[in-house]
Design a protein around this ligand. Structure first.
Ligand code: NOJ
Length: 554
């Protein structure tokens, strides 16, 4: 099958969650000066694009995912002028810039929302303002973050809808004026030179007409009426044709509860395509049910099944977004790898997902194997989701230390500790007081130490990204999984223009016997990546803890 080659398929993307990346002005908060200072580091890592989590002015009810002005940069991070400099400096280094586009909701402090309180203003219909029904809320929807999905305004005697936090007000995308605003925001950033968008919960933007009651759930009641809603393709198609098609740019949409079959209706390459890539969540459920907070033991078979299904279903005319970590999940080594075998499992996990077919995304700190944070008291938490879950779990008696322990495992705040740059005070993240606690393990896990260690996770990432860039098979090759029933080994092959790549990953600290799949003679293959010294080639071997090997066969 002929695959269309293009730049966004060949790149590797690095995600910056700006508040915790690097502080350039000593106020304890990461910023764009800090980013500028690290561009050479990112270039050296071998990434081709940066996705910035929101940089816009925001009251930070959800750390930037509550935008108060779509066409400016938050004072916490710098200025629009400084952002332009970042774009220019990044482009000079061959690094593209991807902005986070959060258009399902605005902050309640956005001027549109402030003006919407006037019933006669055109802004009133930018949001879902509704009268109560029989003295009750307009419907039974619950927020996915914070209690009910409706907030009452006594002056207006109306409620507004918020699927996320109270301060994240859902936009009414059915209103053509709102869609024009979205297009204007897109053009603003594209004209400024950015190369694309990561689109936040983009499959939530179309709500079912009449906002009917949903089937009761502990959180998120009503989500069947806005997940992949009736007009989502139509609106995205409008954005594509009116804006995106006029630029050399790309989009990746975040899509909770997405299935491969449905994803194809968004991302398969055709005249109807509305997004380039999609972040789905299916492999994230390998150690939980629906949400990270309902934890289950890690199940490799579940993870492999999710990855393999997406690999198979997208191959040829659609493209995968590959990721293990982002700002919404605990650190991968603590979920799928091992603290004891930190280095080995960090490298194995990188190999496992980066060599699949798709565009890999790497979250800040992942490349040095940053880990979860040892939370010990409630005042260390800062996230609306953690606070809401404290209430939810209290209902079933999980409070105090039991809750802190649970949050220490499940909360996305684990991914939000400052990046560990070196072993100086505050891990070199800031000269001031860090806005969020720094993980004490920065004395061992930090960029400077890993730069100096040829055998570090960081140097392994560099080698892996270089290998991917230099070998088209790692980008465009097809994918076949072997031993899907194994609960310890993940084995797959890629093949392209007569070459084959075999990827072997052990998810166990115990020895596992591996036999080369039929048709693969490893005694003659080139071993191109491994996290151990492999003294000799053979078709049968016993794995070391979290071992990975990648063979190239002619
Ligand atoms: C998904 C984002 O990744 C997450 O961080 C945010 O809280 C929600 N969308 C709401 O914007």
């Amino acid at each position: 099958m002929e695959i269309k080659k293009t730049w966004y398929k060949e790149m590797a993307v690095y995600q910056i969650w700006p508040r915790s990346f690097c502080d350039g002005n000593g106020d304890g908060i990461g910023d764009l000066e800090g980013v500028l200072a690290k561009l050479d580091y990112l270039k050296d890592l071998g990434i081709d694009a940066i996705w910035f989590s929101p940089l816009y002015p925001s009251p930070n009810a959800d750390y930037g995912y509550d935008i108060a002005d779509y066409k400016d940069i938050s004072k916490d991070y710098g200025t629009l002028e400084l952002f332009k400099k970042v774009v220019e400096e990044a482009h000079c280094r061959g690094i593209r810039i991807i902005m986070d586009l959060v258009i399902n909701h605005t902050s309640d402090e956005h001027e549109w929302f402030v003006k919407s309180h006037d019933k006669d203003s055109p802004y009133h219909d930018y949001y879902f303002w509704r009268k109560g029904k029989n003295g009750k809320k307009p419907n039974n929807w619950k927020s996915v973050f914070e209690g009910d999905a409706w907030e009452y305004d006594p002056q207006l005697d109306e409620y507004y809808l918020h699927v996320f936090a109270k301060k994240q007000v859902d936009l009414n995308m059915d209103n053509p004026a709102v869609r024009e605003e979205v297009k204007s925001i897109m053009r603003f950033w594209l004209d400024l030179g950015v190369d694309g968008f990561r689109e936040d919960v983009i499959t939530y933007i179309s709500k079912r007409e009449g906002l009917p009651n949903g089937a009761p759930l502990p959180v998120g009641t009503g989500l069947e009426h806005y997940t992949n809603g009736p007009h989502v393709h139509e609106y995205l198609s409008e954005f594509r044709h009116d804006v995106l098609d006029h630029y050399d740019c790309f989009t990746v949409g975040e899509a909770p509860m997405m299935t491969p079959k449905l994803a194809r209706t968004f991302i398969a390459e055709s005249d109807d395509q509305v997004l380039n890539l999609m972040f789905h969540f299916q492999h994230q459920e390998a150690d939980c049910l629906m949400t990270d907070w309902i934890h289950t033991p890690f199940n490799l078979r579940k993870m492999k099944k999710a990855f393999s299904t997406w690999q198979k279903e997208m191959y040829g005319d659609a493209w995968n977004a590959l990721y293990l970590e982002n700002h919404d999940h605990p650190r991968a080594i603590d979920r799928f790898g091992s603290r004891k075998y930190h280095k080995q499992s960090g490298k194995m996990l990188a190999t496992m997902y980066i060599l699949q077919c798709g565009t890999p995304f790497i979250y800040q700190g992942q490349e040095i194997g940053m880990t979860n944070f040892p939370f010990s008291s409630m005042d260390q938490f800062k996230d609306v989701v953690t606070f809401n879950n404290a209430k939810v779990f209290a209902k079933i008696g999980i409070t105090g230390d039991r809750f802190i322990k649970l949050a220490g495992k499940c909360s996305r705040e684990n991914a939000r500790t400052p990046v560990q740059w070196d072993d100086s005070a505050n891990a070199g993240f800031t000269t001031g007081t860090p806005w969020f606690p720094v993980n004490e393990n920065y004395h061992e896990i930090n960029v400077a130490a890993e730069q100096a260690d040829p055998d570090s996770i960081l140097n392994y990432y560099k080698k892996l990204l270089r290998f991917r860039k230099e070998n088209e098979i790692a980008i465009y090759g097809d994918y076949t999984e072997y031993y899907p029933e194994s609960s310890k080994l993940y084995v797959y092959a890629r093949s392209y223009e007569g070459k084959r790549l075999l990827v072997v990953c052990s998810f166990s600290e115990k020895p596992v016997r591996f036999t080369a799949p039929e048709g693969f003679d490893l005694t003659n293959a080139e071993l191109v990546m491994s996290n151990y010294d492999v003294p000799y080639r053979s078709n049968v071997f016993i794995t070391k803890p979290y071992e990975t090997r990648v063979y190239l066969l002619g």
